[in-house]
Design a protein around this ligand. Sequence first.
Ligand code: FES
Length: 323
Amino acid sequence: MSGNWLDAVVLARRALTGRIAEFCIGRADGRPLPMAESGSHVELHFGGGERHLVRHYSIVGPLTLAGDPEPFWRIAVQREDRGRGSAFIHASFRPGTALRVSPQINAFRLSRHRANTLLIAGGIGVTPMVAMARSLRRRNMEFSMLYAGQDRSAMAYVDELESLCGDRLTLHETKRDGIPGLVRLLSDQPAETVAHVCGPSALIEALRDAAASLGWRKERVRFEVFNAAHRPDDSDFEVRLPTGRRIRVGAGTTILEALELAGVDTLSSCRRGECGLCITDVANCDGELDQRDRYFSTEERRAGRQIAICCSRISGRALVLNI
Ligand code: FES
């Protein structure tokens, strides 16, 4: 995305739950931002200097069925106690805070030509689902939605989804209802339903397993992973290039972002370990590769000859890339 960033500003902030806050982000020059497609997300650049951080957030979009486009982008951020990006945003984003944003990126397209759509959201993974539910409703298409979270008070946008979806929405509070029965849920769907799921990796993996056990074709489960690139216990390491250059990859950033900041030519698209465009040959690593992509097969991952630099890291101190 380098080169296309826009100067932006936080226009408004409100609390959605104890840990989730919503931010409306507009252009710094006051011109309207384009209406986001459902399923799209945006890269936020903020912090500056040594604390330069980049994070991806889904664009939630308008919260009602009314047709007026929003001239800003609405995102919702869950504060992770040890998450550098979300903690920084919660602590410092106020109306007037300056940041930079990428154009919208859509790697999680809503399949609009299917007989039936099933939306599944886990926790903060609800954010792209609000826009999808609204889009399906506005087109009068068949869909249903399962929204799982600890309990209602910890779940964002419940009221809005109830009014957007009516009885198509099932709220699943895990404190009360336990783990959702995904095989049962998929078994109950009309033939050729396509599922879109967003949430923690465990939910996505469980859904993919359930679909595979029922013989669903892989394309019938579309998913988006949250925060594949960042974990609270990440640590710094160094990337070395054939030219001899050494580039520090801080715990709050990715190899791709560190290389971009250092002016190294890179290729990328999804920036979340799904498309394979950023795959880079590994010449050496003094620890283990920590592969966080969803692109490689199990054998390729085990071979460890390449790495998805947009999201994967290492457990050691130095990684030598053939770039
Ligand atoms: S940019 Fe898509 S896998 Fe890395």
